[in-house]
Each structure stands twice: as structure tokens, then as C-alpha cells.
Design a protein around this ligand. Structure first.
Ligand SMILES: Nc1ncnc2c1ncn2[C@@H]1O[C@H](COP(=O)(O)OP(=O)(O)OP(=O)(O)O)[C@@H](O)[C@H]1O
Length: 231
């Protein structure tokens, strides 16, 4: 299963919370431009897996190779320049944007935090990204609660893209949205993947969405991979 040239190569990942083994020797790999779905019942270890991939939680065992570098042995300082290249998009579109920040500031924030904000070129880049995700750049003036759930999720995607990632970790990105707007957001993600060669690690419960959207799917149960399917 090891793929030395994969964008992401997860080997024998183990995550424990005290006596609970949430992720039990999980391995998978993901190439640029590819979508891997992660599904399985609540509590099977999906969130713990992606938290360990993103190094938001250091795993108790295994390796996470991203762009050929083993992340689990890097210090926080060594990880810092790599973090922009793997970005999360969360389930709750409102929860991932600060309620008091205007959309244009929320989209710009990752670059500010990374010390890469360019006050001359930055505003035009934010407007371009808002336009690219299907939002009128005038929406940049609004606060999150002035947008619909689907619009907010599009802003969240723009915020993830501003760091120029190679990998997006999508945690149920459409399940909190009205069914009528889900397809639009999924189509946007598919177009962005074609255009930018992004890889997606995609937590999803909806089998129809997995079949339509993912190249491969892994099914987890009790912290283990029980099935790998090619969609
Ligand atoms: N912070 C924590 N402390 C203790 N146990 C935890 C913690 N987070 C998760 N767990 C446990 O680890 C296991 C895996 O949880 P995890 O959230 O990764 O599963 P999941 O598949 O993402 O579930 P869901 O679909 O409900 O989000 C569960 O048994 C859960 O109770």
C-alpha cells in the first residue's frame, strides 16, 4: 500500500486517547488531483485520522508523509511552512468563520497569520478568490450571518485556497447545507480540483455523494480500515 511518490502517504497510523485506541494502524495514500473518501459510523475514528494527518493531534504511532516529508517527527517550527499546503474545510460553514470578521478579512486571515499578507496585491487576490468560488466580491463587506450556509461554505473554501494548498481535508463539507445547494458546492470543489490539481481527503457519510465524488473510498470501523473501494 506504500506509495513513495504519493502526495500523502499515511502508514500504520495510531491515535489513542488514554486507554481508547481511536485509530488502529490505518494506512492509505493519496495522489495529487485525487479524492479519497473516508466513511464509517460515528466514533469509528475518521476525525481522529484527519486530525493526525493535519498534525493538529500528534499520533501515538505511524508515519504521515506529505510531499515526501515525514511530519510526525517534525517540530512545530518545522511544520509551520508546510501547514499552509494542507488546509481543512469544516462541516459547519458558520463555525469556521469568526462572526465578527467581514468575509474579506476571514479569507485574508490565513495569509496574515502566516506573515505572507501583501497589502498591495492582497485585496485583489481576495476579490479574485471570492469570484472564483462563485461569490460576488461585494460580499467581502458582509459578516458571516449575512450570508446563506452555502455562500458561507464557499467563503470557507476561498479561505482554504488563499494559502495555495495541495491538499484539502474536507470534513463533511456539504452535510450541514440545504440539499438544494449541496450539488453547487460539490461541483465547485470538482472544478477547483481539475483546475488546481488539488487532492481531497473527504469525510463523508452519504454513499451517493461518495460514489459520485470520490475516486476511492475507505470504510472504517472501530479504528480500523475494513474496506477499500474504487468508486
Ligand atoms: N478527545 C477525546 N478524548 C477521548 N476520546 C475521544 C476523543 N476524541 C475522540 N474520542 C474517541 O475516539 C473514537 C473515535 O472518535 P472520532 O471522533 O475520531 O470518530 P469519528 O468517526 O470522526 O466520529 P463522528 O463521525 O461522530 O465525528 C471514539 O471512540 C471517540 O469516543
Amino acid at each position: 500500500m506504500n506509495r513513495p511518490h504519493a502526495l500523502l502517504d499515511v502508514r500504520d497510523l495510531v491515535v489513542r486517547y488514554g486507554p481508547v485506541t481511536a485509530v488502529d494502524h490505518v494506512s492509505f495514500a493519496l495522489d495529487a488531483g485525487e479524492t479519497l473518501a473516508l466513511n464509517g459510523p460515528s466514533g469509528c475514528g475518521k476525525s481522529s485520522t484527519v486530525a493526525a494527518v493535519l498534525q493538529l493531534r500528534r499520533p501515538e504511532g505511524g508515519q504521515v508523509l506529505f510531499e515526501g516529508r515525514e511530519l510526525t517527527t517534525l517540530t512545530e517550527r518545522e511544520l509551520r511552512p508546510l501547514r499552509p499546503r494542507m488546509q481543512p474545510v469544516f462541516q459547519d460553514p458558520y463555525g469556521s468563520l469568526s462572526p465578527r470578521h467581514r468575509i474579506r478579512d476571514a479569507v485574508a486571515e490565513p495569509l496574515r497569520v502566516q506573515g505572507r499578507w501583501d497589502a498591495t496585491a492582497g485585496p485583489a487576490r481576495v476579490a479574485e478568490l471570492l469570484d472564483r468560488v462563485g461569490l460576488d466580491p461585494a460580499y467581502g463587506d458582509r459578516l458571516p450571518h449575512e450570508l446563506s450556509g452555502g455562500q458561507c461554505q464557499r467563503a470557507g473554501i476561498a479561505r482554504a485556497l488563499i494559502s495555495e494548498p495541495r491538499l484539502l481535508v474536507l470534513d463533511e463539507p456539504v452535510s450541514a447545507l440545504d440539499p438544494s445547494v449541496r450539488a453547487g458546492v460539490l461541483n465547485l470543489l470538482a472544478d477547483l480540483q481539475d483546475e488546481l490539481g488539488l487532492a481531497y481527503l473527504f469525510i463523508c457519510h452519504d454513499r451517493a455523494v461518495v460514489r459520485h465524488f470520490a475516486d476511492r473510498a475507505i470504510e472504517m470501523r472501530d479504528g480500523r480500515v475494513t474496506e477499500v473501494t474504487r468508486a
